[in-house]
Design a protein around this ligand. Structure first.
Ligand code: AMP
Length: 449
């Protein structure tokens, strides 16, 4: 029996799956199907290769009703044109015996030619955000009938700077709709987007790692702050024979830069760095130098590390404890292969202890804590984020170190007031990216491409 039958898909869909030789749903497909069919908002954490496209398309195709509407009822947004093509191809296979019109639009091709493909109507529109926004503004597409919105690879989308297009498109969509979002990693930006736009989503996550957990030796050190962590790394990584190829994860681009700065004097040319603010040439050089052994140590952020083809990593070091346990799984999956044990080290402060415990719960195993080597100096120097909060008596707002009044100020005031959440999001994004945002400003979006 085809195991997909347990999900009870229509016979048309089942026949298409049979034709493809798909006999068993993947874990994300099994979990996502009933939740998406129920119409709830969903956030799925899953990487490419887990079958996530079918995970959202199968329930969507299942719930689709015949309509004479020429406008799309399902909108799928993905970050790149290759993905548009790939998703369109996959939908064509899954909907072989169902009457749906699926069309993909993306930048880099003639917009008028693409508009022509839509003239006979479309049910499922797959699009990159930039081109979609341009077409909507030019009235080539109307989003007024969209009932289901899928955003795939949302972490990549935010990393590519698509936030302005996304928030603008959200404003043009009907309020009553189902939101389905997939991301391989959770980042602060993704979390913020979910909180502000996706009412009460159900989270589905598949704790994948490239390597079975048994093949990875995991240890941790409790250590109080940034500069003490740097001291520990310098102490450990001085043993170049043991730590022959080290990938260090930092939580943000800013922290990655800061870490590089702090470690540069000690490790000099052995140290490389990669994140999405670096130019393509710098990124390519960082990968090459790490792979050919010129750089023994590479600092990376979560999102960028995903697509990297890195081999034979001796150690993965978590400079921070990821807030979202799935990110830890992705990180440690970069080390360890069948024939060789991978090694991973987690650095956590007291504040990060709950995050460590969440990871342990997800894995169903504890991470051993090693005593700090005596030689490691505990630093008293703090980075701005670690400085104690001062209370401004006059205004009552809390101010943080040299950054005050930074994003925390906005967080606090927004929590205490009942303002439109979308605008808080925009304010924060504008603060962060220092870019003006107006609804119809096409040049704004052009610049971002
Ligand atoms: P995705 O994670 O969506 O990129 O899917 C990865 C690949 O797995 C695609 O080529 C799908 O055709 C294939 N696939 C998805 N679900 C299944 C399944 N249940 N059984 C076999 N192959 C699948």
């Amino acid at each position: 029996m085809n195991m997909f039958k347990t999900l009870n898909p229509s016979k048309f869909l089942l026949n298409a799956l049979d034709d493809l030789g798909f006999v068993k749903p993947t874990p994300i497909q099994e979990e996502a199907f009933p939740v998406i069919v129920s119409g709830k908002n969903v956030v799925g954490i899953a990487q490419t290769g887990t079958g996530k496209t079918l995970a959202y398309m199968l329930p969507i195709l299942q719930s689709m009703k015949y309509t004479t509407d020429k406008n799309p009822t399902v909108l799928v947004m993905v970050p790149t044109r290759e993905l548009v093509q790939q998703v369109v191809e996959q939908i064509a296979l899954y909907s072989k015996y169902v009457t749906v019109r699926t069309i993909g639009v993306y930048g880099g091709t003639n917009i008028n030619t693409q508009a022509l493909t839509l003239k006979d109507g479309v049910d499922i529109l797959v699009a990159t955000p930039g081109r979609l926004y341009d077409m909507v503004i030019a009235r080539m597409i109307s989003l007024k009938s969209v009932k289901k919105l899928v955003i795939d690879e949302v972490d990549v989308m935010l990393d590519l700077g698509f936030i302005f297009q996304l928030t603008n498109i959200f404003e043009l969509l009907p309020e009553r709709r189902q939101n389905i979002m997939f991301s391989a990693t959770m980042t602060e930006d993704v979390d913020l987007l979910i909180k502000d736009f996706f009412y009460d989503p159900i989270q589905i996550s598949i704790a994948v790692s490239g390597t079975p957990l048994e093949n990875i030796a995991q240890v941790s050190y409790e250590i109080p702050n940034f500069y003490s962590k740097v001291n520990l790394l310098e102490y450990l990584l001085d043993d170049a024979k043991e730590f022959s190829k080290v990938l260090i994860f930092a939580p943000t681009k800013k922290m990655a830069d800061r870490l590089q700065e702090a470690m540069l004097e000690h490790f000099g040319p052995e140290l490389g760095i990669i994140h999405s603010n670096k130019t393509q040439n710098t990124r390519n050089a960082a990968i090459e130098n790490f792979n050919n052994g010129q750089n023994r140590i590479l600092i990376a952020t979560d999102v960028i590390a995903r697509g990297l083809d890195l081999d034979k990593i001796s150690h993965v070091i978590n400079f921070d404890t990821p807030k979202f346990p799935e990110n830890y799984m992705h990180r440690i999956g970069r080390t360890g292969r069948a024939e060789e044990m991978g090694k991973t080290i987690l650095l956590f402060s007291e504040k990060e202890l709950p995050a460590k415990e969440a990871i342990e719960t997800l894995m169903g195993q504890e991470i051993a804590i090693f005593p700090l080597p005596e030689e490691v100096v505990i630093s008293k120097k703090l980075i701005p984020e670690e400085m104690p909060q001062q209370v401004n008596i006059v205004s009552g707002h809390s101010l943080t170190g040299e950054n005050a009044p930074g994003p925390a100020f906005h967080d606090k005031s927004a929590k205490n007031s009942k303002v439109n959440l979308g605008s808080r999001y925009k304010r924060e994004i504008v603060l962060k990216y220092k870019k003006p945002l107006t609804r119809g400003d096409k040049n704004q979006n052009r610049r971002k491409k």
